[in-house]
Ligand binder design. Structure first.
Ligand SMILES: [Ca+2]
Length: 370
């Protein structure tokens, strides 16, 4: 992942020191990134919960995929892959990618937020899936407020295999979690700006967003600005992840990528994040049993290579000679490789507590070794 236009903007700012004074100083000039340095302040987490398999959550390069139905991403060659598997009870499966880079920034100073998504498969509602939402934790200095923005799903459906560029100020609907009694709880950008007037992004040390499975209290990443795929809760009374439609559309298996997150401010400045794959570290399957994996999987992209031992067309064991196997969920892997083939694939999230450890990959990531 790299910061492109923002870096360019900083260079221009340095070259034009006089002009820089004309800019209003707002939050992000003083905010320190909250995540790993190589993530530019972004962090991700995934919850399998009631889902049938280990979710996918990783930065991937989309170049050279063996199945080329995915258009090029809107920036660079990579994107963040976020894919929970079906789960219809709590805790509900979902994936979060978020940042506290905007902690302290007032909503009044935000002109708009944009990001791009591409869904290539949705198990329950093809062409009608809910693309990843934006979850905002704001504060007025006394309490946290949770808002969710969703892409418009009607009258036009969100088609699969297409990149959509969403703009929160002109599309979609905001919803407020647990609003005061009698309070209108959803609306467009104008409603949101009015409702959140005077509030600012939480996520500072003084106003943290807790890491929590309880929506309204916090989220998986503890971040105030979060891209999320999957509802954190099913059938929530008075508030559902899809508002007036069925919550399960957000909890079906959803194979989705997200890229090019941008936030624009009223003074003309902006930050732009191009999600790109990081170098993958090659490991042996036996390494996945090491206790370090529970921490390391949040930080690194890994790569495993080995021979396929077929279970069925949705699962196989990876045998790499290290004495341990890995249980790999890969739907229709048999369209890319055969039993006994040598393959390699990247992964971040692994269930190292399972025996053998379990990982999910998309067959686009499955590269057959010659
Ligand atoms: Ca990208």
């Amino acid at each position: 992942m790299r910061l492109t236009r923002w870096t360019a903007y900083c260079l221009v700012l340095l070259m034009c020191a006089g002009a820089a004074q004309a800019f209003t100083t707002i939050g992000f000039f003083t905010v320190k990134p909250g995540g790993e340095p190589e993530m530019n302040g972004w962090k991700f987490a995934a919850l399998q919960g009631s889902g049938g398999d280990t979710p996918l959550a990783q930065f991937e390069d989309l170049t050279g995929y063996q199945i080329g139905i995915l258009d090029p991403p809107p920036a660079g060659t990579g994107a963040f892959h976020m894919q929970p598997y079906e789960g219809y009870s709590n805790p509900a499966p979902h994936v979060c990618l978020g940042t506290n880079n905007f902690a302290g920034v007032k909503i009044d100073d935000v002109q708009t937020i944009r990001y791009a998504t591409c869904t290539t498969y949705a198990s329950y509602a093809q062409n009608d899936a809910i693309p990843p939402v934006i979850e905002l934790y704001l504060t007025d200095g006394t309490q946290l407020y949770m808002f969710e923005w969703q892409a418009p799903i009607a009258p036009e459906p969100v088609y699969i295999n297409q990149w959509y560029n969403w703009d929160l100020s002109i599309q979609g609907t905001f919803k407020e979690w647990d609003p005061p009694a009698g309070q209108q709880w959803q609306g467009d950008w104008n409603w949101f700006k009015q409702r959140a007037a005077g509030m600012w992004f939480a996520g500072t040390a003084a106003e943290p967003v807790p890491v929590s499975l309880d929506p309204g209290v916090g989220n998986l990443t503890g971040t105030s600005c979060t891209i999320r795929n999957g509802s954190p809760k099913v059938s929530a009374s008075g508030w559902q992840s899809n508002g007036g439609s069925a919550w399960w559309r957000n909890n079906a298996t959803s194979e989705t990528w997200v890229d090019l997150f941008e936030i624009f401010f009223n003074d003309g400045s902006f930050q732009s994040y191009d999600f790109e794959a990081r170098p993958a570290r090659h490991i042996l399957t036996k390494t996945t049993l090491d206790p370090m994996m529970s921490e390391a999987k949040q930080r690194y992209l890994f790569r495993a290579t080995g021979k396929i031992q077929s279970i069925n067309n949705g699962y196989f064991y990876l045998i790499d000679g290290s004495g341990k196997t890995m249980h790999v969920r890969c739907q229709r892997w048999d369209r890319v490789a055969a039993n006994g083939d040598m393959v390699t694939f990247p992964f971040s999230i692994i269930d190292e507590k399972a025996d053998p450890p379990k990982v999910s990959v998309g067959r686009r990531q499955l590269i057959k070794k010659q």
